[in-house]
Structures are given as structure tokens and as C-alpha cells.
Design a protein around this ligand. Structure first.
Ligand SMILES: NC(=O)C1=CN([C@@H]2O[C@H](COP(=O)(O)OP(=O)(O)OC[C@H]3O[C@@H](n4cnc5c(N)ncnc54)[C@H](O)[C@@H]3O)[C@@H](O)[C@H]2O)C=CC1
Ligand SMILES: [Mg+2]
Ligand SMILES: [Zn+2]
Length: 262
């Protein structure tokens, strides 16, 4: 991280938690002094529209910030780059002091996105919290659940949960599905991943098939869960661009393909 120079230029990413500053719906472009950022610290975290993308250290700012979630409409590469900025900022904010000796840390840039202790040189790298997400299918139906945090919007989505220390991803999927729905699964397949900086997750997406059990929801996590036929008008789903939506659509496609078979 460096003190910005008046003529540093490019696109600028200003974050407040998982919110980002947008001007007319776009990332601001220009020089540090044009954006009144020349007394701040920042660093280049990638390239955006053929110009450097600067991440600025979070500060008390009266501009208008918007949730990163609203940027899912952007191309995947750009959405992921914004996630990088939000997650790095969260990392700095929560690692100002050394976990070994308690002295102040400094951000090591440009060599690495790490913080290093100014006394004992202990280095800490950005913390990423892996979380599985899985669409479970039973014949022509998909398991969808209304999470307690989506109770108001009535969104139905796939099951998800954080990886615990010492688990394989396969174990996490089996444990989370069983804890949240009471079901056993089989035929687990890895599909893909999505950075998810709320504040520092990485979603690892899977498909699975139902093996056995009856739905018994975990009430602390879920409000409702059920089997939804792929072709019968699904409930309100998570927005396009989420890995959850991708897994649901893939499952629908598998159901449709199977229905075509003689
Ligand atoms: N991108 C997408 O399509 C979707 C992303 N998600 C994300 O998946 C993540 C996990 O989903 P949940 O069902 O909430 O997880 P979960 O089933 O593991 O339960 C959440 C609980 O896990 C604990 N926890 C929080 N942070 C943790 C961490 N870093 N490591 C271990 N435990 C932690 C807390 O006790 C929290 O209440 C969330 O960040 C959620 O936003 C969920 C659905 C869709
Ligand atoms: Mg969960
Ligand atoms: Zn130290």
C-alpha cells in the first residue's frame, strides 16, 4: 500500500464493508486529485477497461456506496475483481496488529497481498473462508430452501455452508446437507466456484443426487425446504450471476434431458 500521488490515475475502487462507491452506476475514473483521494493510501489490484484499478483504503466518506451484490449483472471477471478489492480491504481492516506479538503490521505491496509485522516480521496472507454450495436433485425435482435470512423476500435457493477445519469438501457437503435438511446424498460432482466477499468467502459449487431420508429442516438456518419439480414454475430464485442460480439451472437442464430419454 502506498500514499497516493496526485497524478495517479485509473479506475478507483472505494469500499465500505461489502459496499462500493459508484458514480452514475459506474466506477469513477480519473486522477487521485480529481477524486480528492490524494491524501489516502491505496494500491493497484488489477486492470479494468485497459486502465489500472486502484483499491483505496477504507475511510470515512460521504459519497454514495452500493452493495456488491447489485453488481452481479457485470461480467464475471469484473465482478470477481470487485470481490478481490472488498476482500482485501476487509483483510487489512482486521489485521492491523500482529497475531504473534501484537505490534503494528504494514501492508506488503507491491510484492504480495500480505501484511507483515513491523517487529517480528510475521506475515499473514488474506483469509479466504471456503463455503460449499450444493443443488440436490431427486428425479424430476430439485431441493430448494428458504433461508431465515431470505424470509422476507421468500427466495428459495440451494443449501450452503462453511467448511470446517479438517474436513474434505465432500465431507462438508454431506454434513451441511444432512444438518440443514436431514437428507443423505450421493453422486457428488464439483461444478465451479465463485468469490463471494460477504466478507471473505469462496463458494465451491456442487451437484448431488438424493440418496435417502425425509426432509427435516434445521430451524436456526432454514424457514422452509421442499422438492420442486423442474418444469412446474419454480419459486422466487436467487438472481442470475450467483453460483446458486447456476446450480439450479444446471439441475433443471439435467431433469429436462432425462425427461427426453425414452
Ligand atoms: N453466491 C451464492 O450463490 C450464495 C452464497 N451463499 C453464501 O454462503 C455462505 C455460507 O452460507 P450459510 O448457509 O450462511 O453458512 P452456514 O450454513 O455454515 O451457517 C452460517 C454460520 O456459520 C458460522 N460462520 C460464519 N462465518 C464462518 C466462517 N468463516 N467459517 C466457519 N463458520 C462460519 C456462523 O455461525 C454462521 O452463523 C454465506 O456467506 C452466504 O452468503 C449462500 C447461498 C448462495
Ligand atoms: Mg447454511
Ligand atoms: Zn509480530
Amino acid at each position: 500500500m502506498q500514499r497516493l500521488q496526485t497524478k495517479d490515475f485509473g479506475y478507483w475502487l472505494l469500499t465500505k464493508g461489502s459496499n462500493i462507491y459508484l458514480s452514475d452506476g459506474k466506477l469513477p475514473f480519473g486522477t487521485a486529485d480529481e477524486l480528492a483521494l490524494d491524501d489516502k493510501c491505496g494500491m493497484v489490484i488489477g486492470e479494468y477497461q485497459d486502465a489500472p484499478l486502484w483499491l483505496v483504503e477504507e475511510f470515512d466518506d460521504s459519497r454514495n456506496y452500493f452493495s456488491l451484490r447489485d453488481q452481479l449483472i457485470l461480467p464475471e471477471r469484473i465482478f470477481n475483481l470487485l470481490n478481490r478489492g472488498v476482500a482485501l480491504n476487509y483483510f487489512w481492516k482486521t489485521h492491523r496488529f500482529c497475531g504473534v506479538c501484537g505490534a503494528k503490521t504494514q501492508v506488503m505491496t507491491p510484492q504480495e497481498w500480505a501484511v507483515e509485522c513491523t517487529q517480528c516480521q510475521h506475515r499473514t496472507y488474506p483469509m479466504i473462508a471456503p463455503s460449499i454450495i450444493v443443488a440436490v436433485r431427486k428425479g424430476d425435482s430439485i431441493l430448494l430452501a428458504n433461508h431465515v435470512r431470505h424470509r422476507e423476500e421468500k427466495i428459495y435457493t440451494t443449501l450452503a455452508g462453511f467448511v470446517e477445519v479438517g474436513e474434505t469438501l465432500e465431507q462438508t457437503v454431506e454434513r451441511e446437507v444432512f444438518e440443514e435438511s436431514g437428507l443423505k446424498i450421493k453422486n457428488l460432482r464439483y461444478i465451479g466456484s465463485q468469490p463471494w466477499s460477504f466478507p471473505n468467502s469462496l463458494m465451491l459449487g456442487f451437484l448431488a443426487d438424493y440418496a435417502e431420508g425425509e426432509i427435516a429442516i434445521q430451524p436456526e438456518e432454514l424457514n422452509d425446504a421442499g422438492w420442486f419439480r423442474y418444469d412446474a414454475g419454480l419459486p422466487h430464485l436467487p438472481p442470475p450471476g450467483t453460483i446458486a442460480r447456476k446450480l439450479i439451472e444446471l439441475s433443471q437442464q439435467i431433469c429436462a434431458d432425462e425427461a427426453q430419454q425414452p
